[in-house]
Design a binder for this molecule. Structure first.
Ligand SMILES: *Cc1c(COP(=O)(O)O)cnc(C)c1O
Length: 416
């Protein structure tokens, strides 16, 4: 490519981005988020969402009033109910879940343990846990731990790494021995989006339970857990829900299953009467039985603003912008990165893709270091992938183009 065609491609991409940003109905919401001085493209909102601009004031008010003034009375006044009220709100805004099925509790890893263990115990004759070989490490590690602990077996799916898991992959693996199938709705590496309703139906066909990990889809993809007949789900709140580092995860258990499931960490907060201080554990009748100990109230504050912004925007509009951003990233990739030998590691069809786009090149580890030093922040995933995470409520089209061009420049510079 000559310098002048490179400049023309660059100008065309920036012009297109400017038009898309000018027409973006969600653009006014960008101002709700805190500034990050020195960052010219934040492409990691799928790993750690940005804080809301009003969060310092929200936290200060909490310390002054709810904690500082109301003191322990706040437990009765609001904190006891918070795991459920916040869970219900996430369910309503982002999961397609009616009230009483979603709870905010521990980390995703711990909730995976509770739910996989409960699903394994649900029908003891079913001993197999089906999981994808490329699933996020914590999901695989927890599943393997439960299999060891319960004398069960892990069945590994090995789908195409870019296309992701298909209905056929799952249908071929489930049998009368399957206890639970644990899958990510959107793959953390490729961004491939699974056909959750069809796969859920295939799992049910075999009489097994399905557990969807929604870490990379909640807050960016419209979900319809109740309509899809999903049994169990978990998801992070510090990615597209902007809850801040270590904010607690949520779990979903469909109403009809709640009475029959026993989770393994029987603590006082999951008991029928928390303050009965009785001799034996009796689980709460509903979703509260997933709780174990005192909820992390402070850590639940960060996500609240974002959940309301998503409600205001509407999850369908969030998804529309997400598609617009990833499509633009792909056009920019085609124009300036494909010619340099960069591989596309995400599906091309927007309908099969979540909120991030992954690209690969052997020099990307070094390239990522250069980019971070320059205030362009994507993330690197072993062995040679860069993920462009485009959180729709906090990312502009111009920023997306800036990021892709910065990858081109850093890659070109790294080769000389
Ligand atoms: C981010 C992520 C997790 C993180 O689990 P934590 O317990 O919050 O550390 C788990 N699973 C998937 C698929 C993820 O993307």
């Amino acid at each position: 490519m000559t310098d002048s065609t490179a400049d023309a491609a660059e100008t065309a991409l920036y012009d297109e981005a400017a038009d898309l940003d000018a027409a973006d109905p969600l653009a006014p919401l960008l101002d709700r988020f805190a500034d990050a001085p020195g960052v010219s493209a934040y492409l990691d909102g799928n790993s750690l969402g940005r804080p809301m601009r009003d969060l310092p004031e929200r936290l200060a008010r909490f310390v002054r009033e709810d904690w500082g003034t109301r003191l322990i009375r706040s437990w009765d006044e609001q904190w006891m109910a918070m795991p459920e009220t916040l869970g219900d709100r996430i369910g309503e805004v982002a999961l397609g879940a009616a009230a009483g099925q979603t709870i905010v509790a521990d980390s995703t890893s711990v909730l995976l343990y509770k739910l996989i263990r409960a699903a394994r115990a649900h029908d003891p004759a079913r001993t197999e846990i089906v999981i994808e070989e490329g699933n996020f490490p914590t999901d695989r590690f927890v599943a393997a731990g439960v299999a060891d602990e319960t004398g069960g077996t892990i069945v590994r799916l090995a789908p195409d790494p870019v296309r992701g898991v298909s209905v056929d992959d799952v249908a071929a693996a489930v049998t009368e021995r399957t206890a639970v199938v644990v899958l990510s709705h959107v793959d953390y590496r490729s961004g491939a989006m699974a056909d959750a309703p069809a796969i859920t139906a295939a799992v049910h066909e075999a009489g097994a339970l399905v557990l969807w990990d929604l870490c990379h889809s909640v807050g960016v993809i419209p979900l319809d857990l109740d309509a899809w007949g999903v049994d169990l789900a978990v998801g992070c709140t510090y990615k597209y829900l902007n809850g801040g580092p270590g904010s607690p995860a949520f779990a979903y258990v469909r109403t009809g299953l709640q009475g029959a499931l026993r989770q393994p960490i029987q603590g006082w907060f999951g008991a029928k009467d928390v303050f009965a201080m009785g001799p034996a554990y009796e689980p709460a009748p509903g979703i509260r039985r997933l709780l174990s100990g005192t909820p992390p109230v402070l850590s639940m504050l960060g996500m609240q603003g974002m959940i309301e912004v998503i409600a205001e925007a509407g999850i369908d509009a969030v998804r529309a912008k997400s598609v617009s951003l990833t499509e633009l990233a792909l056009r920019a990739y085609d124009a300036v990165l494909a010619p340099l030998g960069v591989r596309l590691l995400s599906p091309r069809d927007a309908a099969l893709r979540g909120g991030h786009v992954t690209i690969g090149h052997p020099r990307f580890q070094a390239v990522t270091q250069t980019l971070w030093a320059e205030g362009v922040i994507p993330d690197f995933r072993f062995p040679d992938g860069i993920r462009l995470g485009l959180s729709p409520l906090t990312t502009t089209h111009a920023e997306t183009v800036r990021g892709v061009l910065a990858v081109r420049d850093a890659l070109s510079a790294s080769g000389v």
